[in-house]
Write a protein that binds this ligand. Sequence first.
Ligand SMILES: Cc1cc2nc3c(=O)[nH]c(=O)nc-3n(C[C@H](O)[C@H](O)[C@H](O)COP(=O)(O)OP(=O)(O)OC[C@H]3O[C@@H](n4cnc5c(N)ncnc54)[C@H](O)[C@@H]3O)c2cc1C
Length: 351
Amino acid sequence: MQTTAIDIQQNVPLAPFTTLLIGGPARFFCEIHTESSLLEALTFAREHNLPIFVLGGGSNLLVSDAGFYGLVLHIVLDGPIAPVNRDSRVEFTLPAGIEWNRFVLSVCEQGISGVECLAGIPGTVGGTPVQNVGAYGQEVSETIASVRALDLETLHFVDLPNQQCGFAYRRSLFNTTHRGRYIVTAVTFRFDPSRSPHLTYADLTRHFGEAQPAPLEIYHAVRQIRHAKGMLIVEGEPDSRSAGSFFKNPIVSRETLEHVARTLRLGAEEIPHWPTEEDRIKLPAAWLLERAGFVKGYVLGNAGISSRHTLALINRGHATASEIFALRNAIQQKVEDLFHIRLEQEPVQLG
Ligand SMILES: Cc1cc2nc3c(=O)[nH]c(=O)nc-3n(C[C@H](O)[C@H](O)[C@H](O)COP(=O)(O)OP(=O)(O)OC[C@H]3O[C@@H](n4cnc5c(N)ncnc54)[C@H](O)[C@@H]3O)c2cc1C
């Protein structure tokens, strides 16, 4: 095994490592370039009895103002994006620190379909299985073949096949049943090169009409649509200082849907909703926020709601984590009082 000297830094501000640009310092911080340096950094943490936190691109993260009294492992494992042909499929095994959008672009440039709708999502490859990243009708669970990870219980590297990852809407075993147990070091994606893109999402079918676009055309269209919605990180744009959608779309019972309808004096069929598993119903969180008075451009101190996307809470400039918490709490309380629905926060909270 390759050995490296690890560089443990102290009192490193975490805000610049997050897309919200918010958060206090990490007591200890280490960049992880190799699997062996990951093991060394863990030894340091265990010797000093420190909790650890795994940081990717910081795009699904809200760090408290106090920061984190522990060791932050910044996953920057890098390597080539090289396709391998296997049994009429194309596979890519990627180190976890590769920027997700770089990979999507590379796959689309090769004319391969499977991740084109996930263009423009910030963060790292290793972050994508954690919440089963999804957008515009695609999820990474459709193309992930396996995930390589360090099992913190045994300190052995394991290869978890897709079926063992517990993928569901914004969920996997990495953020539910086995949260904190695995550190992802590589992900293998598998594509059927004969498959053509299948567009299901209204914004995209409207955009292309009857045309049969290539993956690269879809890549660019998705980025354009995301930009219009403030869901693309663009340097200097205030709506970019977010952690993406701040609330998950709630999955509720039919009684709750009927309660929402009664509260708003609407028929249940007038409320946008989709059936999900076991007779449950998914409601759009953004729609609920708007009905509760939290509209685009809403301001609370230095925190606010994006002017282009109701679900994105933003740092309007110099916001603290406390200000984001205050806005989050106000939204959750009002939505719960009105609709009896407790909205679940999507970004991970540290400290
Ligand atoms: C503008 C914007 C748009 C977005 N749009 C979408 C979208 O359309 N769909 C969507 O699903 N998400 C979206 N997101 C959320 C976010 O980009 C994804 O969840 C992304 O995959 C997070 O990856 P990351 O590397 O930034 O993870 P981080 O934010 O660094 O970490 C998030 C969580 O994953 C864990 N983690 C990260 N890397 C690893 C690893 N290697 N091993 C183990 N655990 C790890 C962290 O410990 C933490 O718990 C958006 C965010 C922003 C800011």
